[in-house]
Ligand binder design. Structure first.
Ligand code: ADP
Ligand code: ASP
Ligand code: MG
Length: 416
């Protein structure tokens, strides 16, 4: 079987959905599962709905209305006949969502987040499935929550691999086209869970693992994995082949083209991952697999903006030793900081973090009780794999370098 993943950018409007169908016609779609994200920026829009639900009830209806309107416009472009049953189906999903907002009693932000956020994917796959059927690409719509089982770690749920494996084997029809949602699963009580932002790539890998698929293809708005994010670097070049190990490193350092959790399940079963352009499906794109070496070999750049550099030193000039370090890490873990870089010396300890969950103030309060704290927000972290002195000089040329760390293959530079 082959697994295809289509991200939000690929289905951001009716044209995107029509293009998805043309990709399927070109590639063939028997023995295929397609995993689809929410359309365009719907997940961000639903995050606004959730925030308003908790903090600003007066704006709640208009935020929700915006999401509904966006999908209705896509529906009108795809289905001329407004009596088509898809209108009612999508409407029912939004009614379900509104009913949840009315009846929910849970004050748990993360739980509520997951009950709401999944509607992006539920609506997108419902629309796309109906569209494909309407042009005679018959398909089987599956609720990912019936297949991917997780724990109750809402917003970043962990997969229960054993149950998931059984459900995948029981529910997926081989020899036909299946369509399901990325990003979501369900907990033991069947409440919706999500796998972390951008998690649809990971969903595709989970299904591939369970199905022993031949390959996973993620269809992107870029020609494949490039040696840098084209939004920040001119002249980014296509990488034809990458080893699993290299791809894991790139994703770990923040190359957002692949979700970092995606590669491990694929590597375990040696399932190749192809990254291809949905605008040019005939082009070869990037192949990530076993025994591949980085081809062409060249420096690869990753930039993470809006990071936070925290430097700690002891209040009394005593050494920062194991005991303090373990305390610091407990706090970083408690406040869910994603650590990008660590550097320590005898009396100081620096860490560059991604403040994804907005817990910086609480963390700093805790740290200040024990350490002298210096915090710089809005720093950028540049990572260069396979660096040369020439490219380091170029990156550093117009920046104030706050911290630098070098290993044999990787250099990381924190700059303002
Ligand atoms: P999806 O629609 O699947 O969610 P994303 O927007 O998450 O797609 O990923 C595609 C984007 O990733 C590209 O538009 C590009 O800006 C960005 N990107 C970051 N790093 C890279 C890289 N190394 N190669 C290609 N694209 C990259
Ligand atoms: N729709 C989700 C997000 O935007 C998951 C994904 O696109 O991968 O984060
Ligand atoms: Mg994405």
């Amino acid at each position: 079987m082959q697994i295809f993943k289509f991200g939000g950018a690929s289905v951001k409007d009716a044209k995107g959905v029509i293009n998805l169908a043309s990709v399927l016609k070109k590639t063939g779609y028997n023995n295929t599962v397609i995993v689809v994200s929410a359309m365009g920026k719907t997940t961000n829009a639903l995050e606004v709905v959730i925030k308003n639900y908790f903090e600003n009830k007066t704006e709640l209806q208009s935020a929700l209305q915006e999401v509904i309107k966006y999908h209705n416009e896509i529906l009108l472009d795809l289905f001329e006949d407004e009596t088509h049953s898809i209108y009612e189906k999508v409407n029912l999903l939004f009614i379900e969502l509104k009913q949840f907002l009315k009846s929910n009693k849970s004050p748990d932000y993360n739980f509520v987040y997951d009950q709401i956020i999944g509607y992006g994917e539920l609506v997108s796959t419902t629309i796309i499935s109906a569209y494909l059927n309407s042009i005679n690409i018959k398909n089987n719509w599956l609720d990912a929550r019936d297949i991917i089982k997780t724990d109750t770690n809402y917003r970043s749920a962990h997969v229960n691999w054993e149950t998931t494996q059984k459900l995948i084997s029981a529910n997926l029809k081989t020899n036909s086209l299946n369509i399901t949602q990325g990003f979501i699963g369900s907990d033991p009580n069947n409440f919706t869970t999500s796998l972390g932002r951008e998690g649809s790539d990971y969903s595709a890998a989970i299904l591939a693992y369970g199905l022993n698929a031949d390959s996973v293809t993620i269809w992107k708005d870029v020609p494949g994995v490039l040696n840098a994010d084209p939004r920040y670097f001119d002249n980014a070049k296509l990488l034809n082949k990458i080893s699993y190990r290299e791809a894991i490193e790139l994703a770990f350092y923040g190359a957002s083209v692949i979700h970092p959790k995606t590669l491990q399940p694929l590597q375990r079963k040696e399932i190749p991952l192809l990254v291809k352009s949905f605008l040019n499906p005939d082009a070869s794109g990037t192949r990530i697999g076993k025994n591949e070496t980085l081809n062409p070999m060249m420096p690869c750049f990753i930039v993470k903006k809006n990071q936070v550099l925290i430097s700690l030193s002891s209040l009394d000039f005593s050494y920062i030793v194991e005991e303090n370090i373990s305390e610091i890490f407990n706090l970083l873990h408690l406040y869910k900081m994603k650590v990008d870089l660590i550097q320590n010396s005898a009396i100081s300890f620096s860490v560059c973090v991604d403040n994804i969950y907005n817990n910086l103030d609480e963390l700093l309060l805790h740290l200040k009780a024990k350490f002298k704290v210096n915090c710089t927000e809005n720093v950028s972290l540049y990572t260069i794999r396979h660096y040369t002195q020439n490219v380091i000089d170029k990156i550093e040329a117009d920046k104030t370098v706050l911290l630098k760390q070098l290993t044999q293959e990787t250099i990381q530079i924190v700059s303002k």
